[in-house]
Design a protein around this ligand. Sequence first.
Ligand SMILES: [Zn+2]
Ligand SMILES: [Zn+2]
Length: 288
Amino acid sequence: MRPDAPRPVRQEPREIVELRSLRTAHPELADAVDMQIELVTHQRRLQARTPTPVLTLSRTVVVARLEQGERLVDFEAIPLDWSAARQAVRATADILHRHNSLDGDDHTVITALVRDAQSFERLLRHWYAETSASPARRVNPADHRADYPGILDQVCALALRPFLARSAEAMTQGIDLAQWMRPYCPMCGAEPEFAAILADETRLLTCGRCEMRWPWLAVGCPWCLLTDRTRLRTFTSPDRRYRVVACDDCRRYLKAYDARGATRPVLPNVDTIATLPLDAALMQQGYG
Ligand SMILES: [Zn+2]
Ligand SMILES: [Zn+2]
């Protein structure tokens, strides 16, 4: 290449580009955006290094599991390299700490946990096992780790995402998720993190842990399963791009990107940050 030739520009992923423009449009979200860019960059790098797992479930088992509401990705099917996983938890905790989303004490506890290989492995197995049953049959997830900070769940979910996303990606090939019709993730069993409205009667739920997307009822609370429209309240962002459905029975809510007529598809890594002001408004109204 000639010395004066323009340097090739590495194309940034769409979500990073969108996060940067979100920061320009909403300087008040700059801190949250910066943290998200660091997290996403770290996750993408790790995911690129993570191998795609070889699937061991037969077609018959897959169909049976989908029918019975059992998630498809078993712990053993996650291409987990333990030392990479420990490093990922550590790096995630560092990023959250640097951006004041994880206090010093909690950061110390989490980094100590990561140093103890056996405890860490035990914890991760428990953490994943908690979501093996449908939410109605789940035991209190906090029991076995009452001594750990509450935010550990979130740290693990963020840190393990590259591994879980690889499994989900491999598993989803040739599978029709339309028959699942449950409000928790068909791949990893987690609760939905976000949603996208694709058409008047079509809503996708998205998983914050493995990035899977699957269709569910257009109207309904994914936590208590309420479908009575009079008890489900809808809030809309000023630009009408986001909608929140809040449940007056269980007081939880789900945010959604309204993709109808939009210029881009849902990008949960961007949309969860763009909707932080909605979270604040909802919390003020007593939802959580
Ligand atoms: Zn999932
Ligand atoms: Zn509810």
